[in-house]
Design a binder for this molecule. Structure first.
Ligand code: ZN
Ligand code: FE
Length: 258
């Protein structure tokens, strides 16, 4: 099984998973890069998995459906290009001979879902859209900090070796913020240097690994005392024992961070 990060727009990745003949794409904001990859490799598109309704994740759905006849799957609670198979927590999608389990991860949008494939060749796979990024998390457009905290808790509980396939290459900017939160985190400094090298070569920093994200991503570390203290340094009224309050403060801080 092969996993490709097809670049689109300024910083999106359209994840294409395929075997020798069939493919699945996640969040095709554009159709062209997907059609090109399918044609180059002689692949048939089996399924389109959508995590949430934003245009940079669904813009290519209609064209791809018409060109390939692929089945579209998406969040039951969001309006994405119909017809699609509506999905919620615990339901599964069968594709490429694997089972993808749906996780409800509201916060960035109200009905955002993620797809987890436990048995994937090469280690478990998570497609998390705009919920979890390497070193960061999505903005809270439609959900609360408490919802995002619960969503990130659910993702952080996935196996150590889970490959984290995020929808954007935001890693360097996220890590700059993460270093402001935890200047003494050695693993973070080491990972930052690795990512700088990858980006200088024009390579993706993704997929990341869940074990790494737990060690370096401040939004997965809201219960770590130094992280909570840093959040309170930005927003002094923050209750440092309340993970969601810490997350809310970090999110606010990051929104204005350059
Ligand atoms: Zn989005
Ligand atoms: Fe996005």
């Amino acid at each position: 099984m092969n996993l490709l990060a097809l670049p689109a727009f300024a910083d999106n990745y359209l994840w294409l998973l395929h075997d020798a003949h069939e493919a699945v794409v996640v969040d095709p904001g554009q159709a062209e890069p997907v059609l090109q990859a399918l044609q180059e490799r002689g692949l048939r598109l089996q399924a389109i998995l959508v995590t949430h309704h934003h245009g940079d994740h669904v813009g290519g759905v209609e064209t791809l459906r018409q060109a390939t006849g692929a089945t579209v799957y998406g969040p039951a609670r969001e309006a994405i290009p119909a017809p699609f198979v509506p999905l919620a927590q615990g339901q599964t999608v069968q594709a490429l001979g694997y089972s993808f389990t749906v996780l409800d991860v509201p916060g960035h949008t109200a009905g955002h879902i993620a797809y987890f494939c436990a048995q994937a060749e090469g280690g478990p796979l998570l497609f998390c859209g705009d919920t979890l990024f390497s070193g960061g998390c999505g903005r809270l457009f439609e959900g609360t900090a408490a919802q995002m905290q619960a969503s990130l808790d659910q993702l952080a509980a996935l196996p150590d070796d889970t490959r984290v396939c995020c929808a954007h290459e935001y890693t360097l900017a996220n890590l700059k913020f993460a270093r402001a939160v935890e200047p003494g985190n050695g693993e973070l400094l080491h990972y930052s240097a690795q990512c700088e090298t990858l980006r200088a070569q024009g390579l993706p920093t993704l997929p990341s690994r869940m074990t790494l994200e737990r060690a370096i991503n401040p939004f997965l570390r809201t219960r770590v005392p130094t992280v909570a203290a840093a959040a309170a340094g930005f927003a002094p009224s923050t209750d440092t024992r309340d993970a969601a309050a810490v997350l809310a403060a970090l999110r606010e801080w990051k929104n204005g961070f350059r």
